[in-house]
Design a protein. Structure first.
Length: 459
């Protein structure tokens, strides 16, 4: 790092979210190239070479960038629909529309989803895209292109479905792939786009959609494919009581046992939601180090229930936070999930002892990085890690009277983002994206949403 250009950030509170939850009431952080070089209390060391910028961050809290562990970007253009439905009815209502997406729609929706997250402090995003209608274009390529343009670190969970209406599933027949086609397309996506290097900006996971939209063979062979290629695995699990009933009726066992029978538990796996988990399920996830993407706002929006996050954490299950698709979380912002995770879990059995502010921040940073398999590179502010970090402004009317900055960030209103860095590059300044035109994205998402609505109305 001796010859690297340096950025020095000073006079700020810092929550490192390292293993010891180290915090500094007044400290500094030095970025050298794309890495964190130093972090500590007081002023930055004297005599640093190649300092190209100094940031006086008085009134700010610096944290690791937020890590989103579950999303469906394409849903950005179907927000505000089926607002009074539970999960299964919501899916039935929206699949006929989703089944008509094409490449321009998916690209516009990905840009909208990414922009909203990035301007709110997300530095590592993921998208679980599983709708690949025939003749719809290069959807995976469009999503990855949008992520590169936005400047966030990104994991594409290349999804798939092969159980359509004719097989007892929910998606229309023309919106699913064959078993062979899904596996081949997934393998091709991994080989074309996955980067396994330390500072990778794009990675790919194998991600059949859910037990009720894919065959057992797609799950089993998908797991074998992922492990053969050395990438991670992602799917939906135990989201609703209806799913549990479905698994018992079709497979003679609950979702967790079914996943284990198909090779879908392990430290290279993470699942979205995991709301309806009994003690045995949680123990199985802890034993295998299977990760969980907790999506509190979506679970509330669809009346799915409250995930047992405190019990998962106590058992040693890796847990991160997810926005989920914006057809079930219209705001599309991860920083609000810090607060919602804390508040919603306090409605559960543990009440006020469920989660505290620092646990919520850990879920949204280091927890998410762990779930995505990237905790060695990001998720905490430590020398040698990638320079993915956020400066939250906490000296305005919304937060200035809250003494503890972490409490202010989690319990308070959504804090303004003064600056967000990814890989050492600033992508947000004073709440606005530096990499893309937000107003142009707003126009394109509106236009594509209207075009999709017209196509869906024609049937």
């Amino acid at each position: 790092m001796a010859a690297a250009q340096r950025i020095v950030i000073e006079n700020c509170s810092i929550a490192t979210v390292d293993a010891d939850d180290t915090e500094y009431a007044a400290g500094y952080l030095v970025i050298a190239g794309n890495r964190i070089e130093a972090v500590g209390a007081g002023k930055a060391p004297e005599g640093l070479e190649n300092v190209v910028r100094r940031i006086d961050a008085t009134g700010h809290l610096v944290t690791p960038g937020l890590v989103n562990t579950h999303h469906h970007f394409y849903q950005w253009i179907t927000r505000g629909l089926a607002t009074d439905h539970n999960l299964f009815n919501w899916l039935v209502a929206l699949y006929p529309t989703w089944a008509r997406v094409d490449e321009p729609m998916v690209y516009a929706a990905a840009r909208g989803s990414l922009a909203m997250m990035a301007r709110g402090g997300v530095t590592t995003a993921m998208d679980h895209h599983y709708v690949y209608p025939r003749g719809s274009g290069d959807l995976s390529g469009a999503i990855i292109r949008a992520a590169r343009e936005t400047g966030v670190r990104f994991t594409l969970a290349r999804g798939s479905m092969d159980r359509s209406e004719k097989d007892g599933g929910l998606p229309p027949d023309f919106a699913v792939e064959t078993l062979e086609g899904a596996l081949a397309a997934t393998e091709a996506t991994v080989k074309e786009h996955h980067d396994s290097s330390f500072d990778a900006m794009v990675q790919v996971a194998v991600a059949p959609c859910s037990p009720f939209s894919v065959s057992t063979e797609l799950l089993r062979q998908g797991a074998e494919l992922a492990r053969g290629l050395g990438v991670r695995l992602h799917t939906h699990g135990s989201e609703t009581v209806e799913e549990e009933k479905f698994c018992h009726e079709l497979f003679g066992m609950g979702p967790t046992d079914y996943f284990e029978s198909t090779g879908w538990l392990g430290e290279d796996v993470w699942m979205a939601h995991c709301v309806h988990m009994n003690d045995s399920d949680i123990a199985a996830f802890a034993r295998t180090r299977t990760g969980v993407a907790h999506c509190p706002s979506s679970n509330a929006r669809l009346a799915a229930g409250i995930a047992r996050v405190p019990d998962m954490l106590a058992a040693g299950v890796p847990v991160g936070l997810g926005v989920d698709g914006t057809a079930s979380n219209e705001s599309g912002e991860l920083h609000t999930e810090l607060r919602n995770a804390l508040l919603i879990n306090r409605l559960g059995a543990h009440k006020e002892a469920a989660l505290n502010a620092r646990q919520a921040l850990r879920l949204g940073t280091h927890g998410g990085a762990t779930v995505l398999g990237r905790a060695a590179e990001t998720g905490s502010l430590e020398p040698g890690k990638l320079a993915d970090l956020v400066l939250w402004k906490l000296d305005t009317l919304a937060h200035a009277s809250i003494a503890d900055p972490v409490t202010a960030l989690v319990f308070g209103a959504a804090a303004p983002v003064t600056a967000s860095f990814v890989n050492g590059r600033q992508i947000v300044e004073d709440g606005r994206l530096l990499t893309v035109d937000e107003d142009a994205i707003a126009r394109s998402t509106r236009d594509e949403a209207r075009r999709l609505a017209r196509i869906a109305a024609r049937g």
